[in-house]
Design a protein around this ligand. Structure first.
Ligand SMILES: [Zn+2]
Length: 674
């Protein structure tokens, strides 16, 4: 509490600094004389530079300091002392974390005015090292409760310093977080840690990153098991958040009696709320709708002063119930792609609604700007359903972000099933990119080759290309629905996704070569070949030439286990961690085999109408092994979303069939939808 009071006194752009030093003081700092002298952080098991941080650091900056000290110790055997506040006298050498005014004196040539969102700065002059970044927070929103009532402490709008620390740990100290947990962490032990003078600056252009693994985003809850990892990969603490999807889900309930005019006019002349209260559509051209939307924004800001993005996207049920009033239709463009729409008792083609949705978003954006002229607030409009094609004439205003539900993640050539012209999702993204200031990419993954069931549905090559494609096409945020955190069957794919989200200019192949080398040493080649084989097999299945059991057959498993056996032999005499990591991937392959067998057994069980007791016994034995495997390797396969009761595993456990027999309809079977 004390800390928060202190912080409240300083609403804050920590990294933007004022207060020029007198010239003589500047010169006396002497950083320019550093030349090529190396700064030694630790040597021979001794720390030679303490860490200095301001005394009222935010919780995340303080956390970064502790982790920095911990990893310097893990690397060198020496834990640096942590000094809070400005010591007097200042030590000859120190690691300065976060900005404080003394730094301007110590580093007279370094510009501490960080102009870009989330900008980080790491610099060494041979005497001192600074690791800092743009930290911004609003005291009113520093301690919050989320929608579920969970406390969120230390909430910032930008978390530059902690992301700078993780960048330092990875790029300068050589730490790798290959996957969550101890086994995924790789440290190179060094007797000496020393740096010649350098200066490094960076700011990520993808500013909404926490949705990459959204189950491990803050404040947590649900299926996420990888929160530390996502923070260390600089995903979790990003500066833009996707807030909500469909904006009007509770409007029918709240307003339909007093304001029936808010809602879409149907062909029968009524504003009946078709198709249902949660997916009802609005009469977008009614000015009162946008005014009420702004009132909702005001209320959201009271609840969460950190929010900067406000959704104005239509409710789900994207083909149904859109307003046919004359004014709304005047917002549509006659050259829009024809799409099939539904109203009560009527289905017919009509033009795409992209022009209408953008016009509405712009109306909201103008109100938002008028109400909050000094704030950097945005309206979020989803390009989804019948607004997937880019608009013909309407153009989003600068404070409108288009969130493109373009489902080409892992399916680069997938055609939008609602398109009457056979346009791919990727083309739709590209079309929007030509005309908007900012895009977010929000693909649904589906489960092309068992992505949801923890099978190795890896599309590494394609994913690298697609991440680079979106990054070079206006992308400021990525949200993937969803990444299930199955590390033993998707490890390198998740890793390269995280790395490219932070910095998409990196070479994806080089990132992976480093991953294999650091993770597996002498087995790197076999492990790389293993993942290449998994990727090729998945591609073959997704192309649809052979059914799942024929692709993931005995020959597949023999070959896949062969790679892992060779890898295990290659590291037999190497440090234990390498062999353990091979076993971790083997757990993923074991899971895959158990699932493939379960599919086969369940097909028999279903065919027998639940009478084949032998098949039932065997499939239950497989489930027992699967549960055991998840207990032994908690990060290998995420048990939460893969428990037999979950909809993702429908059809893979006898209970689903038994319930069906009792007349309880089950969700679509995983057998039908891989
Ligand atoms: Zn209307």
């Amino acid at each position: 509490m004390k800390n928060i009071i202190k912080l409240a006194a300083a609403f804050v752009i920590i990294a933007c600094l004022s207060g020029c030093l007198p010239d003589e003081q500047r010169n006396a700092a002497g950083a320019g004389k550093a030349g090529k002298v190396k700064m030694v952080l630790a040597d021979g098991g001794k720390s030679l530079a303490p860490i200095i941080v301001v005394s009222n650091a935010t919780p995340y900056t303080r956390r970064a300091v502790d982790e920095l000290a911990e990893y310097i110790e893990k690397t060198s055997g020496a834990k640096p002392e942590v000094i809070e506040g400005l010591p007097d006298p200042v030590p000859e050498h120190a690691i300065w974390v976060g900005y404080q005014p003394k730094l301007k004196e110590l580093f007279p040539k370094v510009d501490f005015d960080l102009k870009h969102p989330e900008e980080i700065l790491i610099a060494c002059d041979g005497k001192n090292l600074v690791i800092a970044g743009r930290d911004i927070w609003d005291p009113a929103g520093f301690m919050l409760r989320d929608k579920r009532g969970k406390p969120v402490e230390g909430k910032q709008q930008e978390y530059g310093t902690i992301n700078a620390v993780y960048t330092f740990l990875q790029d300068y100290l050589g730490v790798r977080w290959l996957w969550p947990g101890e086994l995924g962490e790789d440290i190179i032990k060094k007797d000496t840690i020393a740096f010649a003078p350098f200066e490094y600056r960076y700011h990520p252009k993808i500013r909404a990153r926490s949705g990459l693994l959204h189950y491990s985003a803050l404040p947590g809850g649900g299926y996420g098991t990888s929160r530390d990892w996502t923070r260390q990969q600089r995903l979790q603490l990003s500066s833009l958040e996707f807030s909500g999807g469909h904006a009007f889900a509770d409007w029918w309930e709240r307003f339909h009696k007093e304001h029936p005019d808010y809602f879409a006019l149907q062909p029968d002349g009524k504003r009946s709320g078709f198709p249902d209260p949660r997916t009802v559509k609005m009469c977008h051209s009614n000015p009162e709708v946008a005014k009420q939307w702004l009132k909702e924004v005001e209320a959201e800001l009271t609840n969460n002063p950190n929010q900067t993005i406000f959704s104005a996207s239509p409710n789900d049920g994207w083909a149904s119930g859109h307003c046919i009033c004359e004014t709304c239709r005047a917002w549509d463009h006659p050259d829009g792609e024809p799409r099939l729409f539904h109203w009560s008792g009527l289905s017919q083609e009509y033009v795409a609604l992209s022009d209408r949705d953008v016009t509405f978003a712009n109306r909201c954006a103008k109100l938002l700007k008028e109400r909050y002229p000094d704030k950097d607030y945005y309206v979020l409009m989803m390009s989804y359903g019948h607004s997937r094609p880019a608009p013909i004439k309407a153009r989003p205003d600068d404070n409108v972000i288009i969130s493109c539900v373009a489902n080409f993640f892992g399916r680069t050539d997938l055609v939008d099933r609602g398109s009457t012209k056979g346009v791919t999702y990727k083309q739709q993204y590209a079309d929007w990119a030509k005309m908007v200031p900012k895009l977010m990419w929000r693909p649904n993954t589906g489960s092309p080759a068992g992505w949801q069931q923890g099978q190795p549905d890896v599309s590494i090559t394609q994913t690298i290309e697609d991440f680079k494609f979106v990054a070079s096409n206006k992308c400021i945020g990525i949200f993937i629905d969803g990444v299930w955190e199955h590390w033993a069957t998707h490890g390198p794919q998740y890793y390269v996704m995280a790395q490219l989200t932070w910095n998409p200019d990196q070479d994806g192949r080089a990132i992976l070569d480093d991953y294999y080398q650091r993770g597996f040493g002498k087995a790197a080649g076999d492990i790389k070949a293993y993942w290449k084989f998994l990727e090729e097999t998945r591609e073959e299945f997704v192309k649809g030439e052979r059914p799942y059991p024929e692709v993931y057959n005995k020959a597949f498993f023999d070959k896949a286990y062969g790679f892992l056996d060779r890898a295990a032999r290659a590291v037999e005499k190497e440090p234990e961690k390498y062999g353990k990591r091979v076993e971790f991937f083997r757990a993923g392959l074991d899971w895959t085999k158990l699932i493939v067998e379960a599919r086969d057994l369940m097909a028999k069980f279903k065919k027998s109408d639940g009478e084949d007791k032998e098949a039932e016994k065997q499939v239950l034995a497989n489930w027992a092994k699967m549960e055991e495997l998840c207990k032994k390797h908690p990060y290998a396969i995420n048990w939460g979303p893969c428990r037999p009761q979950t909809p993702r595993m429908a059809g893979l456990h006898p209970d689903h069939i038994k319930k069906e027999k009792k007349g309880k309809p089950q969700k679509k079977s995983a057998q039908d939808n891989i």
